[in-house]
Ligand binder design. Structure first.
Ligand SMILES: NC(=O)c1ccc[n+]([C@@H]2O[C@H](COP(=O)([O-])OP(=O)(O)OC[C@H]3O[C@@H](n4cnc5c(N)ncnc54)[C@H](OP(=O)(O)O)[C@@H]3O)[C@@H](O)[C@H]2O)c1
Length: 388
């Protein structure tokens, strides 16, 4: 979709459904949030963004935002209401300091919410490797509940919660699941899935019991890729340079394994998020998917587009799981952190295919072919690798 098409879509959207009005975003600096901010700016909306730490002015790349400082994990960790005082026994200097900071931030967030019509909640810790459980409980689960609670108190009109297909389910055969699928991911004991699923369930249950003054709409994207645009990373130098497409190490990647994924473009997901905020029905969830693709097909496309090896070696899942267990030994010996953890390896061999018919018919959502996304990623990657 060209920028001109994007403009006309934005104008059409503004003319139908819930009017976005004054917007507040969490996770605005992240991969998906940064695209949402740019789209809102193109619609003439200057959103308020919730930041847990300051960001250099140039890192915003000209995006127009107002800032409210609040660490959602810290706010959720502070159990007291605004008027409740801690006991003197609890008042160690550091606890008192962080308690005071959490109160100040909660007050700032509440007053920003009082001036908000639509909340886009994207902040989360995203990690499939099974690390950071406590932080995920704090941010993905308690932080989401606390924010939704504050938004309801402030009578925000609409709360758009960005969940994940990791809160929907997966299959052992290549069938595409929709929003009504039976949730079957408990067996993986993956903290990211657990906290995202619980957060979604809890706020939906809360909404059903509430006076419904605040509409709640949920979206569930699958794996999101695309040219990276996050605001925060622009100021940070890359630790290791990216390999050039077709380089020796990439050509060594000749593996595939059973199973498949649904992959969507970040530009389509951010568009879908805005569509759901304007046209989505309250209390409803929408899968914002892209193309279903088997791991083998994906590796074939990677070969054509990124110059990885042709996928000729079928890796048995038990062997991959054993290799993931081996990374623990590697870590214990000081070999550095691996993302290929046993927790991650447990997810291999399944089909994470999704059906976005509801979003397409009810929201007018559309996703571009995976081929186009991969080609755009390649162009972005080449620029990054050459430092231009
Ligand atoms: N990426 C995917 O493939 C994918 C797939 C499905 C669903 N999702 C969902 O989409 C949403 C956005 O994902 P993403 O990939 O854009 O995430 P991301 O790039 O990792 O960004 C996470 C965002 O959350 C903010 N954040 C982290 N801790 C915070 C805290 N304590 N208080 C306030 N803000 C905090 C980060 O701010 P800093 O700049 O301070 O770090 C950042 O803006 C998430 O809810 C995720 O679960 C993502």
């Amino acid at each position: 979709m060209s920028e001109n098409d994007a403009h006309s879509t934005d104008e059409r959207r503004a003319a139908s459904g819930h009017s976005l009005g004054r917007c507040l975003l969490t996770g605005a600096t992240g991969e998906i949030g940064s695209y949402c901010v740019r789209k809102l700016n193109r619609m003439g909306i200057r959103p308020t963004v919730v930041l847990r730490r300051p960001l250099a002015k140039e890192a915003w790349q000209g995006a127009q935002v107002d800032i409210v400082e609040a660490d959602l994990a810290m706010i959720a960790a502070s159990p007291r209401g605004l008027l409740e005082c801690p006991t003197s026994a609890e008042l160690t200097p550091s606890a008192a300091d962080s308690d005071q900071r959490a109160r100040t931030q909660r007050e700032a967030l509440s007053s920003a919410l009082a001036r908000t019509d639509t909340v886009f909640h994207l902040a989360a810790r995203v990690n499939l490797a099974g690390r950071g459980r406590e932080h995920m409980e704090q941010l993905n689960l308690r932080g989401t509940i606390a924010l939704f609670d504050l938004a309801c108190q402030a009578k925000v009109k609409r709360f758009l919660h960005v969940s994940t297909t990791g809160a929907v389910g997966c299959a052992s055969t290549p069938e595409a699941l929709n929003e009504e699928a039976h949730y079957n991911l408990e067996k993986f004991r993956n903290p990211y899935f657990i906290t995202k699923r619980l957060a979604e369930e809890t706020i939906l249950a809360h909404w059903r019991k509430s006076d419904r003054a605040t509409d709640l709409v949920v979206v569930n994207p699958p794996i999101v890729i695309g040219p990276q645009g996050s605001f925060r990373r622009t100021s940070r130098p890359r630790r290791r340079p990216l390999p050039r497409p077709g380089s020796f190490w990439l050509r060594c990647l000749r593996f595939w394994w059973p199973g498949g994924l649904n992959i969507v473009d970040v530009r389509d997901v951010s568009e879908g998020i805005l569509l759901a905020a304007t046209r989505g029905a309250a209390g409803r969830r929408y899968i914002l998917g892209g193309d279903d693709v088997s791991v083998r097909e994906l590796m074939e496309r990677a070969h054509d587009i990124f110059g990885t090896g042709r996928p000729s070696i079928r890796m048995p899942i038990p062997l991959l799981k054993a290799a993931a267990r081996g990374t623990r030994v590697w870590e214990a010996l000081g070999g550095g952190r691996s993302r290929f953890t046993p927790s991650f390896a447990r997810l291999l061999g399944y089909y994470w295919y999704y059906d976005s018919t509801r979003a397409r018919t009810e929201l007018g959502y559309a996703s571009r072919p995976l081929e186009e996304t991969l080609r755009d990623v390649r162009e972005w990657w080449k620029r990054e690798a050459s430092g231009t």
